[in-house]
Design a protein around this ligand. Structure first.
Ligand code: ADP
Ligand code: G6P
Length: 355
């Protein structure tokens, strides 16, 4: 009797530049929903999609309209809207949202070509992650919640060096050059999407160490829009107050440079927001429970769930700092949002009979 309401997919958008922690975030998110996401079985081994019981994560690179050669010929980057097919993206996300399976293209990151499509069935939660989930107004309007990972240039550089130099053998100069080459299009097409995001995770160099340029200790800000349906911002101690908190002492071990939290109301691109900030890193992850117990509206199902999730994935990058903490909390908020949306749908027919 409530099948119509059940079939609707909740759609989440996650925007960030590549190499900025989207896949790590997705692993934390799918873990909150209980179950690791894996590539679809029996399909193209180069598929970028990840499927678990609850979630399907689509990489928006699959909507490249120009392949690598096409981009070279036309002189456009992958960040340029002209290299992406927003009409198809819109059609397919809309179809999935309304319960219809689609044949989604696959962009092969190895060959730089478009592979034959794969069938995507409507999941309970669809995450579209990539460079442009909030670029096209039609696609944006389909999103039930949107997140932007805002990694400052200093930190992006530090992460790229770590990965591309250590793991892929690139030179420092070539890493610098590739970041510089992307920057104009990044500034023009990717960065402006953050004003539409319901939550932004901003990652900056620490302020606890004067003139730090190592990018190891991070200052992370969770910017949460007020008035978003099914989403109530997290707060520290007292909702709406402005609070600075140094939890180091008898209950929390902190080595240099320590940990500092900040919380308060603010504005972001003209919107009212709440901002929760953590600068520094945890020495002992199990002591995170002390911090967790002072946060409210974190949408946990039991006491200590944030700490449990963080301990479970202690090996993921960012687990000892605000990136891991805030990604985990946003994951819990998305679970809450999903449960609210689905329960309001099943409740709707009842209300209708009342009227
Ligand atoms: P994306 O999916 O956006 O390309 P990944 O999640 O694969 O990004 O992360 C890319 C690299 O960036 C990782 O291999 C790691 O080196 C670094 N990284 C990502 N998130 C963090 C973090 N929170 N702290 C430190 N390094 C990180
Ligand atoms: C970005 C995009 C990828 C693209 C890469 C390099 O990271 O997300 O889809 O493959 O840029 O682009 P290129 O044009 O050099 O293949």
């Amino acid at each position: 009797t409530c099948s119509a309401g059940d079939s609707q997919t909740v759609v989440i958008g996650l925007a960030a530049d590549s190499g900025c922690g989207k896949s790590t975030f997705m692993r934390r998110l799918t873990s909150v929903f209980g179950g690791a996401a894996e590539p679809p079985k029996g399909g193209n081994p180069d598929s970028n999609t990840l499927i678990s019981d609850m979630t399907t994560v689509i990489c928006l690179d699959d909507y490249h309209s120009l392949d690598r050669t096409g981009r070279k010929e036309k002189g456009v980057t992958a960040l340029d809207p002209r290299a992406n097919d927003f009409d198809l993206m819109y059609e397919q996300v809309k179809a999935i949202k309304s319960g219809v399976a689609v044949d989604k293209p696959i962009y092969n990151h190895v060959t730089g070509l478009l592979d034959p499509p794969e069938l995507i069935k409507p999941p309970k939660i669809l995450v579209i992650e990539g460079l442009h989930p909030m670029f096209d107004e039609r696609v944006r309007d389909l999103l039930d919640f949107s997140i932007y990972l805002d990694i400052s240039n200093e930190v992006k550089f530090a992460w790229k060096i770590q990965r591309d130099m250590a793991e892929r053998g690139h030179s420092l100069e070539s890493i610098k050059a590739s970041i510089e080459a992307r920057k104009p299009d990044f500034d023009a097409y990717i960065d402006p999407q953050k004003k539409y995001a319901d939550a932004v995770i901003e990652v900056l160099p620490t302020q606890l160490i004067p003139d730090d340029n190592e990018g190891k200790v991070l200052r992370v800000r969770l910017i949460m829009k007020e008035g978003v349906k099914h989403f109530s911002p997290v707060y520290l101690f007292d909702e709406g107050s402005t609070i600075s908190w140094i939890p180091c002492g008898r209950k929390l071990t902190c080595s240099y440079p320590g940990i500092k939290f900040h919380y308060g109301p603010d504005t972001y691109f003209g919107n009212e927001v709440s901002i929760l900030e953590m600068d520094g890193q945890f020495d002992r992850l199990d002591e995170l429970i002390y911090v967790e117990s002072h946060l409210s509206n974190i949408s946990t199902k039991f006491y200590g769930e944030v700490t449990q999730q963080m301990l479970k994935h202690a090996d993921f990058p960012g687990s000892n700092n605000g990136t891991g903490l805030f990604q985990t909390i946003v994951g819990l908020k998305i679970r809450d949002l999903y449960e609210q949306i689905t329960s309001s749908k099943t409740a709707a027919p009842l209300e209708a009979t009342k009227a």
